[in-house]
Design a protein around this ligand. Structure first.
Ligand code: NAD
Ligand code: TYD
Length: 371
């Protein structure tokens, strides 16, 4: 992070949605892998997708620098209070409803959190940046909005998404994220609020909620359940190991420019069928199936009805962030998948807590004050 007078001490980063998959990995990354010396304040509503236990060790190790506030980003007064209380200097906005299938079944929460919640945060940031912040902190303030490549729609066999690709979202999830991107950009152009945006491809790695393809496949396989592949399995996603996403966000916060958008991706396009096959192969090697009903985890693969409006192919051109900020994905797909499967194998308790709903009881016990 760029250093100006005292910035290492005075910096206070507000992370929204930090109890979810990427947010918790990001907080861990900043504390453990960078030279950041300031505070991190994590605000999260603790939906079904959150598991604050993901950061239990971090909250103990960094108890003077890590703070958690159970708060809904749609609550103006509560969030404004947090901005003032911690003298926030940067916002990294992850909080969202994030699963396409859920957005098809029930889009309302996506509109509320992803659009109204982002608007609320932008508006609070603008008021705070205009009237509440110290002159010194005003110059280092940044609102970084985390978004997805899904806003660009679906690609044919050729071509890649660049920062100039026109928006063409197809699901309620991607439409809500597109809308929030437009609002974030509007706040830069209209009010000069120092906003940056990144649009990233599909992430995978530790702590991902098992509704998304990769953890769902690993856990179903370990439980001997069928592995569902939608449609013909030839839809393509561009996979990025979550730690590489975190390092990209850190390089944007440190050296990226306000008003700019950066596409983030690992140049690792794979069909869903290839991804599932890869997981089965790794599991066959690291954790051979002991049940007699199947000899390889591949036997569990089942082709199921396609997702409505299923985008065929996503592919990111990350040249801008590579050339302008010197960022590069470091973990290739083979290594990332091995690390990921190893992590799930090493954490049966985490899986049990999620699957049994134990984590929700834990949240109720420890965070009973609901907003
Ligand atoms: P996630 O579902 O694992 O976590 C989302 C977090 O946001 C949860 O902890 C949840 O409790 C919190 N949250 C939801 N509504 C909230 C509200 N109203 N107020 C406060 N907190 C709230 O999601 P993720 O996969 O970690 O994704 C994080 C961000 O990254 C999202 O903005 C998503 O659109 C974006 N993104 C995700 C991917 C991916 O592959 N997962 C790829 C690109 C971009
Ligand atoms: P997902 O992890 O839900 O991410 P996204 O929809 O945001 O890309 O899905 C990744 C791909 O895997 C997508 O093409 C849908 C497909 N998929 C399956 O084939 N089976 C499944 O059970 C799931 C959850 C996803």
């Amino acid at each position: 992070m760029k250093k100006n007078a005292d910035s290492t001490i005075k910096d206070a980063i507000l992370v929204t949605g930090g109890a979810g998959f990427i947010g918790s990995n990001f907080i861990r990354y900043v504390f453990e892998r960078t030279d950041y010396k300031g505070k991190i304040v994590n605000i999260d509503k603790l939906t079904y997708a959150a598991n604050p236990a993901n950061l239990q060790d971090i909250s103990e190790k960094y108890k003077n620098r890590y703070f958690f506030e159970k708060t809904d980003i749609c609550n103006y007064d509560a969030v404004m209070e947090i901005f003032k209380k911690y003298k926030i200097t940067k916002v990294v906005h992850f909080a969202a409803e994030s699963h396409v299938d859920r957005s098809i079944l029930g889009p309302k929460a996506f509109i509320q959190t992803n659009i109204v919640g982002t608007f609320n945060l932008l508006e609070i940031s603008r008021q705070y940046w205009n009237a509440q912040i110290s002159i010194q902190n005003r110059s280092i303030f940044r609102f970084h909005h985390i978004s997805t490549d899904e806003v660009y729609g679906s690609l044919g066999m050729k071509g890649l998404f660049t920062e100039k690709t026109a928006y063409d979202p197809h699901s309620p999830y991607s439409a809500s994220k597109a809308s929030s991107d437009h609002l974030a950009r509007a706040y830069y152009h209209t009010y000069r609020l120092p906003v940056s945006i990144s649009n990233c491809s599909n992430n995978y790695g530790p702590y991902q909620f098992p509704e998304k393809l990769i953890p769902l496949v690993i856990i179903n396989a370990l439980e001997g359940k069928s592995i569902p592949i939608y449609g013909d399995g030839k839809n393509v996603r561009d996979w990025l190991y979550v730690e590489d996403h975190c390092s990209a966000i850190w390089s944007i916060l440190s050296n990226g420019k306000a008003g700019e958008t950066y596409n983030i991706g690992g140049r690792e396009e794979k069909t869903n069928f290839d991804v599932v096959n890869k997981i089965c192969k790794i599991l066959d090697r690291l954790h051979p199936a002991r049940e007699s009903k199947f000899s390889s985890y591949k036997d569990l693969i089942t082709f199921v009805k396609d997702r409505p409006g299923h985008d065929r192919r996503y592919g990111i051109d990350p040249s801008k962030i590579e050339n302008e900020l010197g960022w590069k994905a470091e973990v290739d797909f083979d290594a990332g998948m091995r690390k990921t499967v190893e992590w799930y194998l090493a954490n049966p308790r985490w899986i049990k807590n999620i699957k049994s709903g134990e984590y929700l009881k834990w949240i109720d016990k420890n965070y009973s004050k609901r907003q």
